[in-house]
Design a protein around this ligand. Structure first.
Ligand code: SF4
Length: 413
C-alpha cells in the first residue's frame, strides 16, 4: 500500500525510522546551568553575548568531562580561532558524550593545531579576489561583503578562521565606504551577500545603514544575509530586527545548521519570525565527520528544515582549512548521503552538494552518477532505486518525431 510501511520492512529500516523520528522532535535548549537567570536576561541577545563561554576555566567548570584533546585544544584556541559559545547553544551539548555532534562543532581540540600539507589558511582564495578590503568578487554578477570578523560562537571548521575572532592577528578592517563604492561602480553586480563573521551581530541601526545604502544602488537586484545567528543566538531575531529587514526586500537569508538537534523550538520560532515577513530562507550545511556524515542524520536535518520553512540550499564538502582534517569526511561519503536523499525524500529537501574548488575556483556541484552512458542517440539513466531507463536523445534542433505533413482539421464546435 502506498505511503505505508511495507510488510517487508527490515528491522534496520524501522530502527533508522525510529532514530529519524527522534531526531526530528523539537525541544527547547532549556536553561541548564543558568536556571537562576531571569527570563528578561536569558531572552536578551546582549545578555547571551556578555555571558558567552570564552575561557578554559569557564569551560572546565561547566563541562568537567573535558577530554585531554579538548583541554589542550582550548588552551591553544586563542592563537588560532577563539573559543566562544553562547549559553543558549552550550545547553545543546551533551556533557556526557565526548562525541556529541554539537560539542564537536564548537569545543576546540588539539587536532586543530596540526595542518596537513594540502590544507590552507584561505582555502577558497578569497584574499586573491578581494579588490577592496572586505569585498570578494569571485563570480561575474555578485559580490560578497565581509562586514565583520565577529560571530556569536565560533565553528571549529570555519573557512574564514584566518580572520574571524582575530586570533591569528589578521586585523580585519572592512571599509564600508569603499565596499559600497565598489558595488556602485560595478553595474554587473546584481546580488550582494553580506557575511563575515556574522552581520546579525550588528545593531539594527548599523545593519540598516548598510542595507539602505546597497538598496539605493539601482543595479543591485537583491540582497542576501549569511548568518548563523538564528542557530547560535535565536534571541537576536527580535520583532524589531525583522520589522527593519522587511523594509529591504528582496532580501534572502541563508542560515547555517549542521545537525537536527540545532533546530530547537527557539530556533523554529526565530525562523518563523523571519519567514512571516516574507524573507526566503535557505540553509547551508558543512559535511562534518561524526557530526552529520550519516544519511539518517542528514535526512532528519533537511526534513526538519522544511518544517521550519527553510530550503536546504548547499551541502558543502568541508573546505581544506588548516587544522580541520579530524572533521573532514570523504567525498565518497558525501555522495552516499546525496544518494540517500535524492528520491528518498522531497526534492525541496535535497541540497546541492558542492566542493568549493581549492584555491579559489568557486563552488563546483558534485552529484552521484545518475547518467550511466550517453551517446548521440540515447541517454541511459539510473533512478534512486538503481533501475536503469533509456531516454531517446534529440539531435540539436531536430524534433524526435516529425510532425505529419497532412492532418485532419479538428472540427470546431
Ligand atoms: S558562524 Fe560562520 S563565519 Fe562564524 S565561525 Fe561559524 S562558519 Fe565561521
Amino acid at each position: 500500500m502506498r505511503g505505508s510501511t511495507s510488510a517487508g520492512t527490515s528491522r534496520d529500516d524501522s530502527g533508522s525510522q525510529a532514530i529519524l523520528n527522534k531526531l526530528k522532535e523539537f525541544h527547547s535548549a532549556g536553561r541548564g546551568f543558568w536556571s537562576d537567570v531571569p527570563d528578561r536576561d536569558w531572552n536578551s541577545w546582549h545578555w547571551q553575548l556578555r555571558n558567552r563561554i570564552t575561557t578554559l576555566a569557564q569551560l572546565q567548570r561547566l563541562m568537567p568531562t573535558l577530554t585531554p584533546e579538548e583541554y589542550a585544544g582550548t588552551r591553544l584556541a586563542n592563537t588560532k580561532l577563539a573559543l566562544a559559545i553562547t549559553p543558549y547553544f552550550f545547553n545543546l551539548i551533551d556533557p556526557t558524550d565526548e562525541n556529541c555532534p554539537i560539542r564537536r562543532q564548537v569545543v576546540p581540540r588539539i587536532e586543530e593545531t596540526t595542518t596537513a600539507s594540502w590544507e590552507m589558511s584561505d582555502p577558497c582564495g578569497e584574499d586573491r579576489h578581494s579588490p577592496v578590503p572586505g569585498l570578494v568578487h569571485r563570480y561575474p554578477d555578485r559580490v560578497l561583503l565581509l562586514v565583520t570578523d565577529r560571530c556569536a560562537s565560533y565553528c571549529r571548521y570555519c573557512t574564514r578562521s584566518r580572520l574571524v575572532s582575530n586570533a591569528t592577528g589578521y586585523d580585519f578592517h572592512p571599509d564600508f565606504g569603499r565596499q559600497i563604492d565598489y558595488v556602485r561602480n560595478h553595474p554587473e553586480v546584481r546580488d550582494v551577500l553580506l557575511s563575515g563573521g556574522d552581520p546579525l551581530l550588528f545593531s539594527d541601526e548599523k545593519l540598516e545603514f548598510l542595507l539602505r545604502e546597497l538598496r539605493a544602488i539601482r543595479h543591485v537586484e537583491f540582497l542576501r544575509l549569511g548568518t548563523r545567528i538564528p542557530i547560535f543566538l535565536p534571541q537576536r531575531v527580535t520583532p524589531e530586527l525583522v520589522a527593519m529587514l522587511k523594509q529591504h526586500h528582496p532580501l534572502f537569508v541563508s542560515v547555517h545548521s549542521n545537525h537536527p538537534r540545532e533546530l530547537t523550538t527557539e530556533v523554529r520560532e526565530a525562523l518563523s519570525r523571519l519567514a512571516d515577513v516574507g524573507i526566503p530562507l535557505g540553509n547551508q550545511s558543512v559535511l562534518l565527520r561524526d557530526v552529520n556524515d550519516d544519511v539518517t542524520v542528514m535526512r532528519a536535518l533537511v526534513q526538519k528544515l522544511l518544517i521550519c520553512r527553510v530550503k536546504p540550499y548547499y551541502l558543502y564538502q568541508c573546505d581544506l582549512i588548516s587544522g580541520s582534517a579530524h572533521l573532514r569526511t570523504s567525498v565518497r561519503k558525501g555522495l552516499e548521503i546525496m544518494e540517500g536523499l535524492r528520491g528518498h525524500t522531497t526534492g525541496y529537501a535535497v541540497p546541492q552538494y558542492v566542493i568549493d574548488a581549492p584555491g579559489g575556483g568557486g563552488k563546483v556541484p558534485v552529484n552521484p552518477d545518475y547518467v550511466v552512458t550517453r551517446n548521440a542517440d540515447r541517454v541511459l539513466i539510473r533512478n534512486f532505486e538503481g533501475k536503469i531507463f533509456e531516454y531517446p536523445e534529440a539531435a540539436d534542433g531536430t524534433p524526435l518525431v516529425e510532425a505529419p505533413r497532412e492532418f485532419e482539421e479538428p472540427e470546431l464546435v
